[in-house]
Design a protein around this ligand. Sequence first.
Ligand SMILES: [Zn+2]
Length: 80
Amino acid sequence: MTKTTNNDMPIVCLECGLVFILTSDESDWYRERNYNLPKRCPRCRRKRRAAERLGNAEAKGNSTSSDDSTTLNQGSVFNG
Ligand SMILES: [Zn+2]
């Protein structure tokens, strides 16, 4: 019999479409801190951080760096 660990959550990366697994531990970590669950794979998150640094100078005036209110709202397949 296999352990039924149904807590691991597959998430499709918004950026590259890669499916990565968010473990229950990880999602707990985010929830504990009231963070939104990640929408991008670790790799793209790193990229984004780097890009944010670079784009920081350009992006002044238009401060739309919040992740939650993106127009892409198709990530709600994995409710549960
Ligand atoms: Zn990605």
